[in-house]
Design a protein around this ligand. Sequence first.
Ligand code: AHR
Length: 497
Amino acid sequence: MARIKIDLDRRIGTVDRRIFGGFIEHLGRCIYGGIFDEGSPLSDERGFRLDVVQALRDLRIPVLRWPGGNFASGYHWVDGIGPRDQRPRRMNLAWHIEESNRFGTDEFIAYCGLVGAEPYICVNLGSGTIDEAQAWVEYCNGTGHTYWANLRRQHGYPEPYGVKLWGLGNEMYGSWQIGALSAEDYVAKAREFAKVMRMTDPSIQLVSCGWNGWSDWDRVVLEGLARYVDYHSIHLYTGSPDYYGNVLSPHLADFALASCQALIDRVRYEQGIDHPIYVAYDEWNVWFRQWGYDASVAGLEERYTLADALAVATYLNIFIRRCRTVRLANLAQMVNVIAPIFTNPEGLFLQSIYHQFRLYSEWTLDVALDAFVEAETYHLSSEQEARSPWRHRVARLGPFTLVDAACTVNSTGEEITLAVVNRDLQRAVQATIEFVGTAVRPGALVREVNGPGPDASNSFDQPAIVSVSERALDTGGSTISYEFPAHSVTLIRFHVA
Ligand code: AHR
């Protein structure tokens, strides 16, 4: 049994659609062989795989982060502009593979245009220089007759790209990162980058490199960079071979966002900073099978199950509920590498996590409501927790309700979308959905992601084992009874009577 209570007056805030953003990195088959496949009959004349473009358009990704990830910390962007055949082939030290540089800044911007996404570029704070970062902003956004703006024109792009979002490095705290730094050294370096990048184009928005949102690194970086940035980034992956460990560990994101908001509030208060700072949750996903920083781990080609889709839905519920904190989030990644879209030279199939991500990006509405949920709870044990390679200590944040919900309403209050994840492995949950002071019309549309069991997984041979079913609800009123099947994600679109 569960009880969900929806009150249209209990508004949390506006859901920034950019929480449905994506991320592509020069890693494994994400770019080459994924979104970009020169000479393939499936690609256009520029080399963009059109089946992938369509799948991404359908996902409605509003923003795309590039070029990494770890790759960013060794990437010299100038290698990737100009005539493709003259671009240097370089060793990519982050992932120990050769980089042809045939996909570079101009290709990325064109690709964003094709899929309808805003570009978000992460600059090289590892082996890169201030001059390179400054030149990159000028190449993209310059309107004058400077060297870099003119070079962009010379390459056939007369109009400035107007890239607004710029990340000040990737995971610069990590020993695996090229040019890793202490938090204090990162602050000193990133501040100088921020100054010249903003002098070049005062309209850009900058993202400081955070860790998990609660660490000392985050505190030091926010204290040092709050004046210079608009967003602070968090990266957090979860995943476990243990079913409940897997579907419940995204609750760590809730802890991360709450902790980071507290850090941001304190720094803004103490330093008298007037401009807002939001969290950019710019890498997140389930990732535990092809795990590690070695691209030889099959290029991180994680194959996703229904359980993973429940975890991804839980993340998105949390982002919606924390919409006042997180204004930008990027599913890592989009194609082949820990991704919802999986290609081979002949075509693609959509992984389980694609379907529910798409449902959320299409169907959730603009204002988050604080829905009340009462349901059975589950305690994770430390043994279950220990099965995850991430070693996150999520058990102590529980217990968690097996039913997790996020509710959104449109600005006129006429439409409501309720998103419910039933993480109960065995049992359907009978729920009453109560609308406080209002009623809904019969005929609500229901879409559900489910499959034969938690391990169900799509493949080229069986592309629709995990898929979306749709039906209409014939009941209406102020209280509705609905049974949420075991291991399911359900979105219901109600119309207020
Ligand atoms: O997304 C894969 C890798 O995970 C990224 O390159 C890095 O930023 C993160 O650690």
